[in-house]
Design a binder for this molecule. Sequence first.
Ligand SMILES: *Cc1c(COP(=O)(O)O)cnc(C)c1O
Length: 389
Amino acid sequence: MSNNHLMNTYSQWPVTFVGGEGAYLKDDKGDAYLDFVGGIAVNALGYKHEGLAAAIREVLDSGVLHVSNLYYNAHVLEAAKKLAALSGMEKVFFCNSGAEANEAALKLARKWGSGKNKSTIISMLDSFHGRTYAAVTATGQKKYHQHFAPLPPGFVYAHFNDLDSVKALVDERTCAVIVEPIQGEGGIVPATKEFLHGLRDLCDRHELLLIYDEVQCGMGRSGKPFAHQLYGVKPDILTTAKALAGGVPAGAMLTQGEASDVFVPGDHASTFGGNALAARAIIYMCDTLQEKAFLSHVEAMGNYLRMKLEELKVQFSDLITAVRGVGLINGIALAIPPKEVVAKCFEKKLLLASAGSNVVRFVPPLIITEKEIDAAVKILQESLSEVRS
Ligand SMILES: *Cc1c(COP(=O)(O)O)cnc(C)c1O
């Protein structure tokens, strides 16, 4: 048993953070760490962000942190409006996390299908949709299902980026397809254009709802407000969370078309969903993503990082097998366990996280600079050299 009272659900690095600024976190000994994890794609604006802090302070000063969804609060109305504008979707359901957003999407799909006797959900192998029962069942990875049987029925799994494998699963009982436009936890794998377009066609032809899980790749990380906007193909339901409120817990499910009219009062709810403080932070994030310069920075820094990683791939061709990603969601596939590299970098005060079984992932704050990318790549280079020797 460990010497603290936290339940043993994470294997944790021996560091306690007490502050931060920009892309750096500071621990309780005063040491600074360059952060390429960003709370796992949450802290898009980095740390000690004055604008975000001022927005949140407004809510604190109003004296009302929370208003029941039995009433409106001004922030939630504006947050929904801005998020709809940013995504091109129509209606928003707010909740508190990625799993909850997907849970809402899956319940909506089931209700939509209930009158048509359609209930089967197709999801992708190596996907990740969260840890609640339906979300974890949609997650196409056995390791997350183990020990939790019985799982809710009606989920089947296709291969990501393999349209034929999806087609093979569609029958008269199918109601929806859920997919990450860029697989995150599965190892940073962008969907191909053909795949997303093919899924849209397939869903249109068979009358299925198409759900995009943009919990990780949404909110500016791809260089667009939402990753699917790079592909020019829209879903019926869009879920997002992680960076949605810049570090305040929040999730959202967005809909357009028929999917917007499925839920009525009583069907689904969340006490904290659309909480005033979270909603104000969402407004701030939406305003930030509205700025062209902000997203071109993400695009430019992503290009720069991938160029640097490609250089490393040449130098370490025995260790790095691939460089993948878009915007500031990137990964390198390794021929060795990523943990070794992540541990070396941690010693040198660079925070990195793995993804899948063989990928080191880079999801830094979106405000990351060229200089910070250089510093991270230098540490990574030293670490790879040490691992090799
Ligand atoms: C992190 C993640 C989730 C789960 O989000 P939580 O907030 O941890 O529940 C769902 N889908 C994707 C794609 C994610 O990356």
